[in-house]
Design a protein around this ligand. Structure first.
Ligand SMILES: [Zn+2]
Length: 170
């Protein structure tokens, strides 16, 4: 599942199994690296993170353009982005964030056909960070472990709401 890079890049016609952001919600949180699930959108670890804790907020719907989102989707993508920032601050204490969406191939979107908002935590000493279209780099921490920590810290985790079924491994 390469989110970034030319191979297997879905087109507008590839909603469903051909699109990783359509496929992920059907997986378990662990297998899909899902951090939290909302009504219209969800939060997932980026398989090719630019920094530790890099998550993506995606609508469930296969929509490419921000202007095509419904009011409910706009509101929930924003709310999940805000919560992701709070959770990341609580878990890993970043000094800042890069937030944003790349709209279209020309803007550097890896999966241009399915909108996704990047939430990238930043630390004062982290490596050079050229625009969010940059390439990924190796990370010391396993994505699955990071997912579990973020999911456990997500509001509602373990209460039967969003983020339930977190089995506190580690
Ligand atoms: Zn999709």
């Amino acid at each position: 599942m390469a989110y970034i890079g030319g191979q297997d890049k879905p087109t507008d016609a590839d909603a469903g199994p051909g699109c990783p952001f359509c496929r992920i919600p059907a997986l378990s949180d662990e297998d899909g690296l899902v951090v939290a699930r909302g009504e219209t959108a969800y939060v997932v670890m980026n398989l090719y993170p630019y920094n530790s804790g890099h998550v993506l907020v995606c609508p469930y719907r296969h929509v490419a353009d921000y202007t095509d989102l419904t009011d409910a989707e706009v509101a929930e993508v924003a709310a999940l982005t805000r919560t992701a920032m709070r959770v990341l601050r609580a878990v890993s204490g970043p000094h800042g964030f890069n937030l944003g969406m790349n709209q279209g191939d020309v803007a550097g979107a890896g999966i241009a056909a399915h909108l996704h908002q990047h939430v990238v935590p930043r630390w004062g000493g982290d490596s050079n960070f050229l625009p969010i279209v940059g390439r990924s780099r190796a990370l010391p921490e396993l994505l699955g472990d990071t997912r579990a920590r973020l999911a456990a810290a997500w509001p509602g985790a373990g209460t039967g709401g969003t983020g339930a079924d977190v089995d506190a491994k580690g």
